[in-house]
Design a protein around this ligand. Structure first.
Ligand code: SF4
Length: 329
């Protein structure tokens, strides 16, 4: 293991959990329960490795207006709200999530719209945070109205864990707002089959009925879903709920999350195993966000080039080689 330092305190990511999600845990012991593991802080969070950072995707490097991140040519990210219904202990956006900056202000929204108008190449907008659906309906509608005044044809990606952690927040009224502006896709975050409940299915149904397709981004988490049977059940359950498994992410190098990460070798083996048991529609892409803001790449036997001095060698865009630490089981 590399040199480790203590974080100033475990509270670098706040503690918070909805009563709904808490009730999905059978026991509140994060070492045995895959739901509890996602909301109960553990002492391991205090450990920071020298290659970890609170901002592994380098959002701050590409911020072109307050809360507007323009990293990729035709896409932009807006950090709508720093609040979440559950503060996931594996959260990768620790530099922003729960940092008390609150919701987007009207002045910030105006500045974002000016910056977007100056960048007509942007066609797709990722709405994230924190969780954007923690904002009131009226604010969500004003945001979508303002953005579609800049470009009525934007494709939106609403990144939210709300259907998983507080499904009754998805009301018929909210679903209608989501279906009303631009082309909306919802991207949710289900990690374990026990999160696919009747309440989750009802929330998804409301959204899908408004013409909003739903994708899922899961994270490969040690002690939560790092077994083939669990992943197969998860992806089959998602398809049955009309959610397409989109990505299975290798853990980002976020500060204090070492205990959640599996090795890339383990991830590749799991993908091999589940591929023989699932249809193509049920298979997500196993992917990683490269360190140093290198962008997202699929992880397969063609992009994992080998190992050198404690690191995997990963082939990034343009053939550039990135290093990702060898760790985990
Ligand atoms: S809901 Fe998303 S942003 Fe919020 S804590 Fe969980 S992973 Fe982080």
């Amino acid at each position: 293991m590399n040199d480790a330092t203590r974080l100033p305190g475990r509270d670098s990511l706040p503690y918070g959990v909805s009563s709904y999600y808490r009730n999905l845990a059978v026991v509140e012991d994060p070492t045995v329960d895959p739901i509890a593991a996602q909301f109960v802080p553990r002492p391991e969070e205090d450990i920071r490795l020298d290659y970890e950072t609170p901002d592994p995707l380098s959002d701050t490097l590409y911020e072109v207006a307050p809360r507007l991140v323009h990293h990729y040519h035709d896409r932009a990210l807006i950090l709508v709200n720093d609040r979440c219904a559950v503060y996931c202990r594996h959260c990768f956006r620790r530099h922003f999530t729960g940092n008390s900056t609150g919701r987007l202000t009207p002045d910030q929204l105006e500045a974002i719209c000016v910056a977007l108008a100056e960048r007509p190449q942007i066609q797709e907008i990722l709405l994230s945070g924190g969780d954007p659906l923690m904002s009131p309906d009226r604010e969500i509608e004003l945001l979508l109205q303002a953005l579609t005044r800049v470009n009525p044809n934007y494709t939106f990606r609403m990144a939210t864990r709300i259907p998983v952690v507080q499904p009754n927040r998805i009301t018929p009224e909210l679903a209608k707002i989501l279906g009303r502006y631009g082309t909306m896709w919802m991207v949710t975050h289900v990690n374990h089959p026990r999160e696919i409940t009747p309440e989750f299915r009802r929330a998804i149904d409301l959204v899908v009925r408004q013409g909003v397709p739903v994708l899922n981004q899961a994270v490969l988490l040690r002690g939560v879903n790092d077994h083939a049977d669990t992943l197969v059940e998860l992806f089959r359950g998602l398809l049955q709920a009309r959610v397409k498994p989109y990505y299975l992410f290798q853990g980002d190098l976020a500060a204090g999350t070492r205990h959640f990460r599996t090795s890339i070798d383990r991830g590749l083996d799991l993908m091999d195993e589940i591929r023989s048991r699932l249809s193509g529609m049920g298979m997500p892409t196993y992917a990683v966000d490269l360190p140093e803001g290198g962008g997202k790449i699929p992880l397969d036997r063609g992009t994992v080039l080998g190992k050198e001095e404690g690191n995997y060698l990963l082939k990034g865009p343009g053939g550039k080689i990135y290093r990702y630490p060898i760790e985990g089981v």
